[in-house]
Write a protein that binds this ligand. Sequence first.
Ligand code: ATP
Ligand code: MG
Length: 382
Amino acid sequence: MNPTRILHPPATLGVIGGGQLGRMFLQAAQRMGYTAGVLSETEDGPGAQVAHWSIVSPPDHLPGLRLLADRAEAITVEFENVSAPALRWLARKRLVRPGWRTVWVSQNRLREKTFLESHGLPLAPWRPVRTERELIDALQTLGLPLILKTAASGYDGKGQVRVDRADDLASAWAALRKVECVAEGWVEFACEVSVVVARGADGGAVAYPVGLNRHEQHILDATVMPAPVGPIVTQEAREWALAVADALGTVGVLTVEFFLTANGHLLINEIAPRPHNSGHLTIEAAVSSQFEQQVRALCGLPMGGTDLVMPAAMVNMLGDLWSGGEPNWDAALGSDPGVKLHLYGKRTAVPGRKMGHLTVLDPDPSQALARALAARARLQRR
Ligand code: ATP
Ligand code: MG
């Protein structure tokens, strides 16, 4: 594979993973004139619905990967839980971005934290938990409350337990089936922020403005960009996010989630080697969206502009909004013509499942959020 090769449209691109992130990548690629397909576990998922072609296969299944390598000239991933050996195998045949190493580091919290620490990046206090002895050590070092997280395959707060009493520690770990975990000290953060960066094949990297994130029940609920955190925190967050991408040598999009403490310190919570929910508003609000950057990096093109054309807010639409039946689209879309609706095409609404999002641009970021929240509130039928 010639890594300096530039792919122009209508070259064929492929993405592993057919959820909403895959779908928005495919849409960005198609808009630029590429042929874009997906390797997806389901025939009718968000990605497969819009793809030019799809291969139905688990992400690590060799026959599926072979078909993907036959069809796509360059391949990216929508999530980090693709096995590193599978990516290494693919990379012998095709351009694969981000590379296996970035994915391998960020798919396991132990590796991720060890890596970040070795590069002098600031983290919440943490200890590995792989044995009963390490569990006790974590409690003694971190104190309470602490949060136990499975090292691998967590998302949207799944695979996490907060522990408030020493007596509950053993049962919390048992509830996680005693798999390899990390324990983190509880951070009394003032707020959570994230930075999406994009790094090209030539090492040129760009960062979006900082996003302010609000979570409900450990699931992202809303993002406002730019975050009202002042110029120093803004600069620090963007520099650290760029430093992570550089240290990993990532080619592609990468997101760094931070806690901001009351006294103004940033701590890295976690990284994602891909576009991120907090970057969805860049579709309308930025010169180039995070998904366009993913296409550009994959194809060896220079990175696009990250400036905002206007401040913006995004609110997620979870399956809970469907609890009273189909949402009231008229009420949401009719009363504020600035509301941008994104639906991912998921057939069944389950509480906690991300079904879509709303984006609003407004010169005043807090107004953008208020309008997005108001639109979402109108959607819910009672
Ligand atoms: P996602 O993939 O959706 O970002 P995740 O399952 O990987 O979620 P984390 O990002 O680790 O999980 O945690 C989800 C949320 O839980 C955080 O954004 C934060 O609100 C809360 N949280 C996690 N760890 C801590 C901590 N150490 N102290 C305080 N709150 C925490
Ligand atoms: Mg997170």
